[in-house]
Design a protein around this ligand. Structure first.
Ligand SMILES: [Zn+2]
Length: 258
């Protein structure tokens, strides 16, 4: 039974440094967490993580694998020019490389970038007025959500500067007509932001199916965002949540640590 494996005892392949292996395991866990939450779109969408070091290399999923097949060792390491470093059995998806590389290269501290096409996220991205500040979760994202207009499939580098202008310093982005994106200084922070946005979109979708949303007053939005445990280091700031989810994934199938 795979779940009985001592997940932490799996050896590190010798071609990876300890730092790179640790990043690989954490990112592979994130892919499995997304799979568990249903935040997947066949073999599409991406989560990328910058590796420590002076040069900008980042890890991203091999194009062709489902999130449930991503492991620490099959993640692709690529540079900002799109060169794959080391062994690769799969290519990367250019529609993922273009925006992720742009963000990793240009936003200081954007070490992890996550992008989803969930139904609720896309539904809100397709609404003229976007995210409604009408629920517990959106109220925790006051001043944190940017919008970027749809320009088609994200394979053209010239969209990069416009994407960066749209994002500014906001950690959550609604890609209009397209989906959600979040970034952070690491996997846990990016996950915390994306989770809030995803839940806000799910509640908005449910609310709009019943009637007119009741708005949260702006001072309350500000207070909710200031008080949000998702951003408070005293309460884990996403780390505790991600650790708990990683333990859950380890109980289901620690094979991502290979
Ligand atoms: Zn997309």
């Amino acid at each position: 039974m795979t779940a009985s494996i001592d997940a932490h005892a799996l050896p590190r392949p010798e071609q990876f440094s300890a730092e790179e292996w640790s990043a690989r395991v954490q990112l592979a866990a994130a892919y499995r967490v997304f799979h568990h939450l249903g935040w997947t779109e066949l073999i599409y969408n991406h989560i990328s993580l910058r590796l420590p070091g002076p040069q900008t290399f980042f890890l991203i999923n091999p194009f062709g694998l489902h999130y449930s097949e991503v492991t620490a060792s099959n993640l692709l390491k690529i540079d900002l020019d799109g060169n794959i470093i080391g062994r690769a059995d799969y290519p990367f998806n250019p529609a993922g490389f273009t925006p992720h590389a742009t963000i990793h290269a240009n936003i200081p501290g954007a070490h992890c970038v996550m992008h989803t096409h969930t139904t609720a996220g896309m539904a809100v991205a397709c609404l003229e007025d976007g995210l409604s500040m009408s629920n517990f979760y959106s109220a925790q994202l006051y001043g944190k959500v940017a919008y970027h207009d749809f320009e088609g499939i994200t394979v053209y580098p010239d969209e990069g500067p416009r994407l960066l202008r749209s994002i500014g310093d906001k950690p959550a982005v609604i890609l209009r007509n397209h989906g959600l994106l979040a970034w952070g200084d690491g996997v846990p922070r990016a996950f915390a932001v994306l989770w809030l946005l995803q839940r806000a979109c799910e509640i908005q979708l449910a609310t709009l199916s019943m009637g007119k949303p009741r708005m949260v007053r702006e001072p309350i939005q500000r207070q909710c965002t200031a008080d949000s445990l998702q951003f408070n280091p005293k309460f884990g700031a996403g780390q505790d949540v991600f650790d708990a989810l990683t333990r859950q994934i380890d109980r289901i199938d620690p094979g991502y640590r290979r």
